[in-house]
Design a protein around this ligand. Structure first.
Ligand SMILES: C[S@@+](CC[C@H](N)C(=O)[O-])C[C@H]1O[C@@H](n2cnc3c(N)ncnc32)[C@H](O)[C@@H]1O
Length: 270
């Protein structure tokens, strides 16, 4: 089994995605989507950004490596009666079957960054976007002090070292890597805009209950706990994550958790 696919089919990412809907909506509203626009959402999950784009009238294809998330996205679109939004399985590093220059806008929010072979990913994103179109990526930033980078930093201390040759997904959050990968795909640096933006996780529970949701449903955190428990350090990881989530929570409402996280927003004019 492809380990990249196994990681994201593990658990149930829809339970985390449910905490990301408001920011997904806001991000999509900032993209200038108009009816009939052809949008590819790459690494779409269960449609946090694909559904809002379809609600604005775009013709949306969501592509994701995880079969369970593709099924969940199709079910959400069906339940809303969005006939202009469909989801299919695919790998961002190899979009075979998706035609050249078929999309006005390619969106990938914390999606394509997780695919292996980042140079192939950049080439594929450029290939399927039409000249004059746009690619918009959201990428977590390594060593950033906010939530996701810190979860990964803490988790990595409990996990075995990655295999030889592994390229961290977080390198997509480094300006120079982004520019280098798109340059290799034929896009000069002046057509790339890099900006810091914020995505907020909103959870209907306490910070420690939110950690429990990551532990139960989020593949990368599940793997970190598996490794920590093997070394009899599961409680240490739990404590570190609870301290992180508590310290990042900005909600004043008891029993709710709201955590803003910084990401790198990449906009490429094709
Ligand atoms: C953090 S989730 C984000 C999902 C969605 N974009 C959102 O904002 O809710 C990462 C997503 O990337 C998908 N993914 C990981 N590797 C992929 C690959 N090689 N090709 C396509 N999708 C991939 C995962 O299955 C997962 O749905």
């Amino acid at each position: 089994m492809n380990p990249n696919k196994a990681l994201w089919e593990k658990g149930d990412f829809t339970r985390i995605a449910a905490t990301m809907r408001d920011s997904g909506d806001a991000l999509v509203r900032s993209l200038g989507i108009s009816p009939g626009m052809k949008v590819l959402d790459l690494g779409c999950g269960d449609g946090t950004t694909a559904l809002p784009a379809a609600r604005l009238g775009a013709d949306v294809l969501g592509v994701d490596i995880a079969a369970n998330l593709v099924a969940a996205g199709n079910e959400r679109a069906r339940a809303e009666g969005l006939t202009n939004c469909r989801f299919q399985e695919g790998d961002a590093s190899d979009l075979r079957g998706i035609p050249d220059q078929g999309f006005d806008l390619l969106v990938s929010i914390f999606g394509a960054m997780f695919a292996p072979r980042p140079f192939d990913v950049a080439k594929e994103m450029v290939r399927v976007t039409r000249p004059g179109g746009r690619i918009v990526m959201g990428n977590w930033i390594p060593n950033d002090p906010t939530l996701v980078a810190q979860i990964l930093r803490i988790s990595s201390a409990y996990s075995p070292p990655p295999p030889e040759g592994f390229v961290s997904p977080m390198t997509w959050g480094v300006d120079s890597h982004v520019v280098e990968r798109f340059a290799a795909a034929g896009i000069p640096a002046e057509r790339i805009t890099l900006a810091r933006d914020t995505f907020t996780f909103d959870f209907a529970g306490t910070p420690s209950e939110f950690v429990a949701a990551f532990r139960a449903f989020y593949g990368p955190t599940m793997n970190a706990f598996d490794a920590a428990e093997k070394a009899d350090r599961g409680q240490d990881l739990q404590r570190e994550l609870e301290a992180l989530f508590e310290s990042q929570n900005v909600s004043d409402t008891p029993g709710r958790t709201s955590i803003p996280a910084t990401f790198l927003r990449v906009t490429v004019s094709r």
